[in-house]
Design a protein around this ligand. Structure first.
Ligand code: PMP
Length: 411
């Protein structure tokens, strides 16, 4: 008789092991999850927490959701391939500014994507298909997902110098040198503010020099804007680097996320903006981006886009949002200050001023892997092995706990 034997493709497949990327920082997450210590402290995750250590849903977001729930004209139909039209218009305005010439001249393409990551990936897929130069330069270090996003889209990732471990600051000379040596047409990924993982941003004067070198060498800037408003507390200040590039009339890609600044992490809402040099080019680019999206996921989800649009459209809600956003940014800035003062008060050796000089959600503490492991074991404090902590996960109660651990780790 014929015995049906199901195939087993993956058990004997030598290629399938645990992916090395997940072997690196996942143990931190698992070790923290499995640590029964009641005062354990997880500083590895990049999500905002309140002073009480809780995730935050903004009040203005709750209000927008209520309004949407009561609006019987809202249905659950498909959005177009490029998402909600109003969302796209308002998102472009938010990052480029109310008076953007590029918007007025109809040479901006914006499409709703799945948060910052999805926007980066759609942009990367478009470039892999339509851009002749396939090399992408990213900062060293950068957000861990960047190399994967661009490589899997079929591009080649190289690094430019960014962080100087000696000064725990920006290696500006090295950055300019490496960007200046990039081949013509190369894509340069720039984090517009609140650099992840270092918390170090160029000054406006430095941004201007970066712009000059990017433009003079004929490179293509691709901004990753995951933290607009989260760095300084002001949406316009945090958009200045991007606006500087767009103002010169050149081409520019921007991947925008509402995960952090509206607290919409799980809604996966963001946008890809491509600034073109003419309306005619924009029309062609738009049609080709649709062709990237359609076979990938057909069209984006509606709920997050509806929330963002409701808030951006209504001047009262917009104002409420900016107040709540500033509240989050200010709390982070105040946690930096408290941590710095607590370390100073303990007489911990070394210069820790980088903690207050850095900006945004993260601080690159300068602690090494051995110290990180030791702090997890002895103090139940968890961070990524590169010594990055999420300042947004600290509060007044946990700052002394962390300062004690840092003091003990370095003395
Ligand atoms: N870029 C950077 C620099 C980030 O830190 C993050 C989030 N960690 C993202 C993009 C993407 O976030 P999301 O896809 O949730 O918008």
């Amino acid at each position: 008789s014929f015995e049906l034997k199901p195939a087993n493709f993956f058990e004997s497949n030598p290629v399938i092991g645990v992916a090395p990327i997940f072997e690196k920082d996942l143990p931190v997450i698992f070790a923290c999850r499995d640590d029964p210590c009641p005062v354990k402290l997880n500083l590895s995750a990049g999500a905002y927490r309140t002073e009480e250590g809780k995730p935050l849903v903004l009040e203005v977001v709750r209000k927008a959701e209520q309004q949407l729930a009561n609006d019987l004209s809202c249905d659950k139909g498909y959005l177009p391939i490029d998402g909600l039209a109003d969302f796209n218009k308002l998102s472009a305005k938010l990052i480029l500014g109310d008076d953007s010439h590029a918007v007025e001249e109809n040479r901006v393409v914006t499409i709703q994507c799945l948060s910052g990551t999805g926007s980066l990936r759609v942009g990367a897929e478009f470039l892999a298909k339509h851009h002749q130069q396939r090399v992408v330069f990213v900062p060293n270090p950068t957000w861990g997902n960047h190399p994967f996003i661009f490589t899997l889209a079929g591009l080649y990732v190289e690094y430019f110098r960014y962080y100087d471990p000696q000064t725990r600051g920006l290696d500006f000379e090295g950055m300019l040198e490496d960007i200046g040596a990039a081949p013509s047409g190369a894509i340069v990924v720039l984090q517009s503010c609140a650099h992840n993982p270092t918390g170090i941003d160029p000054t406006l004067e430095q941004w201007e020099k970066i712009r000059q070198i990017v433009r003079s060498k004929g490179l293509l800037p691709f901004f990753d804007t995951a933290y607009q408003g989260f760095a300084s507390g002001n949406l316009d200040s945090d958009a200045q680097s991007v606006r500087m590039f767009v103002a010169d009339g050149g081409e520019c890609f921007i991947a925008q996320s509402f995960a952090k600044n509206m607290g919409l992490y799980g809604e996966r809402i963001g946008a890809l903006t491509i600034v073109c040099t003419s309306q005619d080019v924009a029309r062609k680019v738009h049609s080709q981006v649709l062709l990237v999206v359609r076979p990938m996921y057909l069209s984006p989800p509606m709920h997050g886009a509806s929330i963002v649009t409701t808030i951006l459209k209504n001047s009262d809600m917009y104002k409420d949002w900016t107040i709540e956003l500033k509240g989050m940014a200010d709390r982070i800035i105040s946690m930096r200050q408290q941590l710095y003062e607590a370390i100073q008060a303990r007489g911990t050796p070394g210069d820790w001023s980088h903690i207050i000089k850095q900006i945004g959600m993260f601080s690159f503490t300068g602690l090494n892997e051995k110290q990180v492991r030791w702090m997890a074991k002895e103090y139940h404090i968890y961070m990524t092995y590169d010594g990055r902590i999420s300042i947004a996960s600290l509060n007044s109660k946990t700052v002394p706990q962390l300062a004690d651990a840092i003091h003990a780790a370095v003395t």
